[in-house]
Design a protein around this ligand. Structure first.
Ligand SMILES: Cc1cc2nc3c(=O)[nH]c(=O)nc-3n(C[C@H](O)[C@H](O)[C@H](O)COP(=O)(O)OP(=O)(O)OC[C@H]3O[C@@H](n4cnc5c(N)ncnc54)[C@H](O)[C@@H]3O)c2cc1C
Length: 540
């Protein structure tokens, strides 16, 4: 089989137009094309008047060698790659060693647990939060009644941070082993829509994510894995391992009990601040890492559809339009759009009392009235928080607390219209755009809860984005703050063996450890770390 990519056809091409297009592209006769399969479909809307669909197809030909030779050097015509997942180890029958422990049931922990279970190592997965249905109730409790449960919320609990999300499933991580394909295939087995396997920008939406993590839990338990909910890891049991290194021997849980373990995947996500503080105090090597800071900005989705797709807005093959923006400011800062959620809502994503944090989510249908996205500025340790490995956490907490106060100290979020923001005056009323953040917003002045360099960068970038997407800078557009958890403020450094640089048998993984950003890359990192744990167990 050959893989043909970048095959473009008009948006409204007839269904039977693909085969002739393949033949034309490969310079073959219809009789030479035995079969084809759509592997990926995306769209190219750079010219709104002539939007194209962009296909990748796998083709079976009468004489593949001849076609390949004829297209030598053509990067879009190549042998079909082996995208199947190959396990690196299998536990011997009846294996009864000390079971590996996975801390965190987010995408990273979930896939580390699944792969370890599929290899026969019967992992124990512990999470400080609750089972997903219970967790949903607690999360709604914040959104509807302004009541926060610090252990069960948008950040903590079964499925991790990504459960209440748009469920966008794409990333820019290099993936020579097609681990992303393994993740998507497992998601489809667990109930995700099949189109995530072929859509260029697949997404799942929140309600489907809930049933999927439940299904994956059942799979892991059927393979001998075990989950322990409301089980927070508060400390490590370490012993000296020579040369200034330590070795992990167990985990101290919040109830004071000790869970013996000699292989631990640490997949705690970017909001596990008390855990990062404990690791730092225990001497685990941690360094501060860049992340970004800003707000969520909201527009009517119809404005974005029109701006991106013109008269093709609302076309069934296009769906709700997304955008990706970036601007390099005169002050040396970069402003960019982050985690854009078409047809979704802004959500309260805090996990700590007295702090307000925003993020975005949507359902699979992406049918809600507004589009929202993070509007953020990149920050880095050297320039913005040089006072040590945990200084980024202190910075996040500082602005989140100010946002809590500016919102009215009740988990309502501070908000401002773009018109008032650019004019440098507080907002007192909304215009035509209704913000979606729950439990509610307080119209005010966002300069009370954002650093000056962020305000300055926004004032330069928003009009620029307004020239790229019509009405992006419309005066009634609403900004809700603050967006501080764009990625982890730390990295828990690990070696080529995926173990902590100075604590043996501790395997830092996923977004929290600084090795992923998003559901797909976190899940892929979980697979890699599970393989490293299996290799270490087999090495004895
Ligand atoms: C609202 C929102 C929307 C998002 N939308 C998207 C999106 O559309 N697409 C996308 O790709 N990404 C999205 N993200 C980001 C994505 O969710 C994360 O990148 C991803 O979940 C990281 O996975 P992880 O497994 O590394 O960590 P997490 O998902 O954060 O999971 C960490 C888990 O560890 C547990 N834990 C923490 N500390 C302890 C402890 N001490 N003991 C025991 N358990 C502990 C937590 O309870 C949590 O369940 C979104 C994030 C949020 C918050």
């Amino acid at each position: 089989m050959l893989r043909l990519s970048q095959l473009t056809l008009p948006l409204d091409h007839p269904a039977d137009a693909l085969a002739p297009a393949i033949c034309a592209r490969l310079g073959i006769e219809p009789a030479d094309l035995l079969a084809f399969e759509i592997v990926r479909r995306g769209n190219d809307a750079r010219r709104k008047s002539a939007i194209l669909l962009v296909y990748t197809v796998d083709v079976t030909l009468r004489d593949e060698a001849a076609v390949l030779a004829a297209h030598e050097g053509d990067k879009d015509v190549r042998p079909r790659p082996d995208t199947a997942y190959h396990f690196v180890a299998q536990a011997p029958a009846g294996w009864s060693g000390l079971r590996p422990v996975v801390i965190g049931a987010g995408p990273c922990g979930l896939f580390a647990g699944l792969i370890l279970a599929q290899m026969g190592f019967r992992p124990i997965i512990v999470d400080r939060g609750k089972i997903v249905r219970e967790r949903t109730k607690d999360t709604w409790g914040l959104w509807r009644r302004g009541v926060l449960n610090p252990d069960s919320n948008v950040q903590f609990g079964e499925g991790g941070a990504g459960t209440f999300s748009d469920g966008k499933l794409y990333c820019r991580v290099k993936d020579p082993r097609f681990l992303g394909r393994k993740v998507l295939e497992e998601f489809v087995k667990a109930g995700a829509p099949e189109d995530i396997l072929t859509e260029a920008h697949p997404h799942i939406g929140t309600f489907r994510l809930v049933t999927m993590v439940e299904s994956m839990r059942r799979t892991i338990e059927e393979l001998g894995g075990e989950y322990r909910w409301q089980t927070r890891v508060d400390d490590l049991v370490l012993e000296p391992a020579g040369a200034g290194r330590q070795r992990l021997r167990g985990l101290v849980l919040a109830d004071g009990s000790v869970l013996e373990a000699d292989h631990v995947v640490l997949a705690v996500g970017h909001s596990a601040r008390p855990t990062f503080e404990m690791l730092h105090a225990r001497g685990v090597h941690i360094e501060a890492k860049p992340f970004s800071l800003g707000v969520r900005i909201e527009h009517p989705q119809s404005w974005v559809d029109e701006a991106r797709y013109g008269r093709c807005a609302k076309h069934p093959l296009l769906g709700a339009a997304a955008y990706s923006l970036a601007h390099h400011c005169a002050n040396g800062r970069t402003v960019y759009s982050f985690c854009m959620c078409p047809g979704g809502r802004v959500v309260a994503a805090t996990s700590e009392e007295g702090r307000v944090v925003t993020n975005g989510m949507s359902q699979y249908s992406r049918a809600e009235f507004n589009a929202n996205s993070g509007l953020v500025v990149g920050i880095d340790p050297a320039r913005d928080y040089p006072d040590g490995p945990l200084a980024g956490i202190a910075l996040q907490r500082h602005w989140e607390s100010l946002a809590y106060e500016a919102g009215g100290s009740n988990y309502c979020a501070p908000a401002q219209t773009v018109g008032d923001f650019l004019a440098g005056r507080p907002s007192t009323a909304l215009g035509s755009v209704t913000p979606s953040y729950k439990p509610g917003v307080t119209m005010t002045d966002l300069s009370a809860c954002l650093p000056d360099f962020v305000l300055e960068s926004f004032r330069e970038a928003i009009p620029v984005f307004g020239r790229q997407i019509a009405r992006y800078d419309h005066p009634d557009v609403v900004m809700t703050g603050v967006e501080t958890r764009t990625s982890s403020p730390i990295r828990i450094t690990r070696g080529k063996d995926y173990q902590s640089l100075n604590v043996e048998r501790l395997f830092p993984a996923g977004e929290g450890a600084g090795y992923a950003g998003g559901i797909l890359s976190a899940a892929m990192d979980g697979i890699k770390v599970a393989e490293a744990v299996a290799t270490s167990i087999m090495a004895g």
